[in-house]
Every structure is written in structure tokens, then in C-alpha cells.
Ligand binder design. Structure first.
Ligand code: MN
Length: 270
């Protein structure tokens, strides 16, 4: 058809927790995802920019401008873009109710699906007990998370060279540590409760870097995940169905290396 035929059109896209400013992000994957998707509405569900990181060490590579450009271009082409700041980009909360270009900043909003279901859209830290009541503790968690990600990079550098698949340290930690699981459960419960209180059918949030979709707590709970590690987004198609997309299928580099490594190994054993 034309050069845009490989672009998938959906009704709405929800992404969060990109953490621009952190050393480890999957920004190139997010850029690829946004180049291949178009939506009537894009919700940026918080922690897109990591003000905590940038305050400590300013870094702004060209990729960041590329992301901003893609979003502004989409807005210019008619996509409605709504930015719901989180705790890491809380400096943007001073701008709630205002616009940056075509991008609107709000604390929370209601999304109505094609099926007429209503969803509270919010970052979610507002209901995170740790962040609300002990900011210093949240910062310790932030440091530990960053440290784990660095270690993860080293582990996977080694694993790749051994022909092993990607292994996620923090995903492992989050699943193994019972405490973390119960904290996550409490977060999900708190947001589901807030949705119920708000009289809507569900909630769409981010913050805990764990994409999920369920109705364990009586309302629909949808979490967008993150682009630090898991590369996840939520899309609503034109039938009003929500879909959890993981965008890590597009990077064949480690695969190639693995094959070359195995081939070399075979040759050397002959
Ligand atoms: Mn957050």
C-alpha cells in the first residue's frame, strides 16, 4: 500500500515509567514501538521523565529529543496526548491543568472505552504507602532498583556471551521477595478500591513497573508496566478490548551473536 502500511492503528495507548534520565532505559524500543503504532489518544501515565535522576546528574542524549519529537508530531497529526505526572516527574505537577504544545497535563482523568466502560487513569504513587509517608525510604528503594539494574546489565553481558537468554534480576527479585509481592498486592488493591470509590469500571495505572490486567479486587485493574526493563504498553483496539503489548521482539542482535557464538564453538570442537 504505502510506507505507513506497517503502522498499527489503535484507539488508545497507555505507557508509563520510561524514566528518562536513568542510565538504563529501553528508549530505543519505545521509539520503535511509537513509530509502529498510532492512536487516537496516547496517555503518558507518569514517570516518563525521571526528575530524581536528572537532579542528581543531568543527561539528555539525542534519543530523548527524538522521543519528544515523535510525540509532538503525533499531536500535530491529531493524536490527543494526555500526560499524568508521577512521583519521579512530580515537578510537572506544578503544570496540572495546563498544556505543553498540544500535550495536556492532568493529575487524573477518566477514559471511556469503545464499549462504554470507564477507567480512572492515574500514575498511582498517590496510593503507594511508602512513597506517601516516607519519601526517604522511596529514595532508598530507587537507589536499590538502579543498583540492581546495573548488576543486571553485567549479568546479561556475560549471559549473552555464553549463549544464554536474557535474565531479569529485578523481575526475579520482585517475584521472589514475598514482601515485594504483598506490597504490590496492596497497591493493586488500593487502586482497585479507588476505582470503585470513583464509581468507574476500572483503573489504568503505572508506578510499580509490573504490567498486569485482572479483576481480583472487584474492578478491572490494568497496569502499563515500564520501559526501563519490560517494554510494555497497554493498547485499546477499536472494539474496546484492552491488550498488553510487550515490545521486545524487535531486537534480533543478541540472537545473531548467540548463533555466531555457537557456530564458532562447533567449528572449534571439530
Ligand atoms: Mn512512580
Amino acid at each position: 500500500m504505502n510506507e505507513n502500511s506497517d503502522i498499527r492503528r489503535v484507539r488508545a495507548i497507555f505507557i508509563s515509567d520510561v524514566h528518562l534520565g536513568m542510565k538504563v532505559t529501553q528508549l530505543h524500543r519505545l521509539i520503535d514501538f511509537l513509530q509502529k503504532h498510532d492512536a487516537e489518544t496516547i496517555y503518558l501515565v507518569g514517570d516518563i521523565v525521571d526528575g530524581w535522576r536528572l537532579q542528581k546528574k543531568w543527561r539528555w542524549p539525542d534519543e530523548y529529543n527524538e522521543l519528544a519529537q515523535i510525540l509532538l508530531n503525533k499531536a500535530a497529526m491529531g493524536t490527543k496526548i494526555i500526560y499524568l505526572p508521577g512521583n519521579h516527574d512530580e515537578f510537572l505537577r506544578d503544570y496540572l491543568g495546563t498544556y505543553f504544545g498540544e500535550i495536556e497535563f492532568v493529575d487524573r482523568t477518566i477514559h471511556t472505552s469503545a464499549k462504554g466502560k470507564t477507567f480512572l487513569v492515574i500514575h498511582g504513587d498517590q496510593f503507594d504507602v511508602v512513597v506517601r509517608h516516607a519519601k526517604w525510604l522511596a529514595h532508598v528503594g530507587d537507589w536499590a532498583y538502579n543498583f540492581a539494574l546495573r548488576v543486571n546489565v553485567i549479568i546479561n553481558w556475560v549471559r549473552r556471551r555464553m549463549g544464554l537468554s536474557y535474565w531479569s534480576l529485578s523481575a526475579w527479585a520482585k517475584h521472589k521477595v514475598k514482601n515485594a509481592v504483598s506490597i504490590m498486592g496492596r497497591f493493586e488493591e488500593a487502586l482497585s478500591y479507588e476505582a470503585k470509590q470513583s464509581g468507574v469500571d476500572g483503573v489504568i495505572c503505572g508506578h510499580i513497573h509490573h504490567a498486569d490486567m485482572h479483576d481480583k479486587f472487584g474492578t478491572i485493574y490494568i497496569n502499563t508496566g515500564d520501559w526501563v526493563e519490560s517494554c510494555t504498553a497497554i493498547a485499546e483496539n477499536f472494539d474496546g478490548e484492552f491488550e498488553l503489548i510487550t515490545w521486545i521482539t524487535t531486537l534480533p542482535k543478541p540472537e545473531k551473536k548467540k548463533r555466531r557464538f555457537l557456530r564458532r564453538k562447533k567449528k572449534s570442537t571439530k
